[in-house]
Ligand binder design. Structure first.
Ligand code: 5AD
Length: 496
């Protein structure tokens, strides 16, 4: 039986696509190899959003030429955004590549590999499914129990034209999944043990139900061009899947942060108190050149409305430094915005010119050294905000969704006395390491912890007495293994 291995670069959408590729390949009779060395088929799921990500692919394929020479029947597949962007050209440029497959062509992968095995020539399939968009769903049989957290795609593609961004080119126009399908997938995941779902889409909150089946959400305006049906979808998921503990989404566009979405956050307990809202720049001049279609003041007003409606809600963001024409004053405006909004998390990037983007017409005129220096100043500001935020949480009680076991030397360097060291996320998405929690034996529990210390990027926590007490009887009584059962106190509403 042929064995495959998948290496993933890039965003959560790519992580999700890789999971679907696992499914498609397993169903076609492939088995997963222990690693690339043992594989017959190696899939590189690529990212092209920044130049650095694309360079990674090129150096990886360079190394693979040797891997292929070891056995002539080995196959290299390039999937993802570089595949979509370059198509056939990749086959010509890099002889080690056998199959190029775009994000919308994942179901065709086994067929393409089959043709190749029969002596077919290297092939590229990069066709968008515009007429009948497909959204691949994890097959329930692929694993007996679901992970505590899962991604569910609700839309793909992007109709924005941000001048720096290659995504409209690599992922095509916006296509939406029906609300029935979305709810069914989430309900299936929750029945199998998933507690937290992250709705995925390139501009996730521009969602519209192709069935037209959603009632208008409270607060939604009929004549606001920025209004979507995203809030209506959130309400339907909350109502139809009551067993879901947390419902996150990524990545939204500030334009669609309308009053209906703010109201949904205020009213739905399942929405955690954290939103990632990419802003890209704090300068109106730069925002205009980026074609972001909002001003700094609009971004501030919209996020402020959200924080006022949901006290304690935290925001994180994406920022590009050194975009075409960015002056020191423009960058100072970005720094001041970061402080004004008080982001508790920030992904910062140096602008890199991408093929097929509108900004190719603009000069890439900020020197590399200046970009680097601005990025360091940006991180300095955001680290300070995060440090103050995390240390402010010491002594509070938080609800943590247990997502994994820390390695032998857990983050923060300290291991708990109880041996096991687990980690998870608070409702606001802070990473929490739980010490001395031998009682805890299940992924997917939402447990109450008290915060003992703040690390640089995470929290060190201990189970509260109540959580410990609730765990004990199960230990004595011979707990049944298996993550689907939960007897620790499940915190319904997010605390702290
Ligand atoms: N250069 C640098 N950063 C970019 N991003 C997108 N395109 C570019 C580019 N050409 C960043 C944006 C986006 C994140 C996913 O990647 O900040 O939100």
């Amino acid at each position: 039986m042929p064995r495959y291995s998948i290496t993933t670069f890039g965003c959560q959408m790519n992580v999700h696509d890789s999971e679907r590729m696992h499914d498609v390949l397993r169903r076609a009779g492939y088995t997963e190899a222990g690693g690339p060395e043992e594989a017959d088929v190696l899939v590189l799921n690529t990212c092209s959003v920044r130049e650095k990500a694309e360079q990674k692919l090129r150096s990886e394929v360079g190394r693979l030429a040797r891997w292929k020479r070891e056995r002539t029947d080995r196959v290299v597949v390039v999937a993802g955004c570089v595949a979509q962007q370059e198509g056939e050209r990749l086959l010509k440029q890099m002889r080690a590549i056998d199959v190029v497959v775009g994000p919308d062509n994942i179901p065709e992968l086994p067929g393409l590999l089959g043709d190749l095995a029969l002596g077919g020539l290297p092939v590229a399939r990069t066709v968008f499914d515009l007429d009948a968009p497909r959204f691949l769903v994890a097959s329930p049989s692929s694993s007996s129990r679901a992970a505590p957290t899962a991604f569910v795609t609700i839309m793909k593609g992007c109709d924005e034209r941000c001048s720096f961004c290659i995504v409209p080119h690599t992922r095509g126009p916006e296509r939406y999944r029906s609300s029935d399908e979305i709810v069914a997938e989430i309900a299936g995941l929750v029945a199998a043990g998933t507690r937290e779902v992250t709705l995925l889409g390139q501009t996730v909150n521009s969602y519209r139900d192709p069935l037209g089946a959603l009632p208008r959400a409270p607060g939604a305006s009929a004549d606001d061009p920025d209004e979507s049906e995203f809030a209506a979808l959130l309400r339907r998921v909350a109502a139809d899947v009551p067993g879901l503990a947390r419902l996150r989404y990524t990545s939204p566009h500030p334009r669609h942060l309308t009053p209906s979405l703010v109201l949904a956050h205020a009213e739905l307990a399942v929405l955690p108190r954290h939103v990632h809202m990419p802003v890209q720049s704090g300068s109106d001049r730069v925002l205009r050149r980026m074609i972001r279609r909002y001003t700094r003041a609009e971004y501030v007003a919209r996020t402020r409305a959200l924080v006022e409606a949901v006290p304690g809600l935290t925001l994180s963001t994406d920022i590009i430094v050194g975009f075409s024409g960015e002056t020191e004053d423009d960058f100072a405006a970005t720094l001041s915005l970061v402080r004004e909004v008080g982001f508790k998390g920030l992904f910062g990037f140096k602008y890199s010119r991408r093929p097929h983007t509108p900004a190719l017409k603009l000069p890439d005129d900020v020197p590399e050294g200046v970009k680097g220096e601005r990025l360091s100043r940006l991180f300095e500001a955001s680290e300070a905000l995060l440090a103050a935020h995390l240390s402010g949480l010491v002594g509070t009680t938080q609800a943590v969704l247990v997502e994994g076991r820390d390695k032998e030397r857990g983050a923060g360097g300290a291991r708990g006395q109880g041996g096991a060291l687990w980690s998870g996320r608070t409702g606001r998405h802070e990473i929490a390491h739980i010490e001395g929690a031998a009682e805890l034996d299940r992924l997917g529990d939402v447990v109450e912890v008290s915060i003992a210390r703040a690390n640089k990027h995470s929290l060190q926590a201990e189970l509260t007495e109540a959580a410990r007490a609730a765990a004990r009887p199960r230990q004595r009584g011979g707990a049944e293994p298996g993550p689907a059962r939960r007897s620790l106190p499940v915190v319904a509403a997010e605390g702290g």
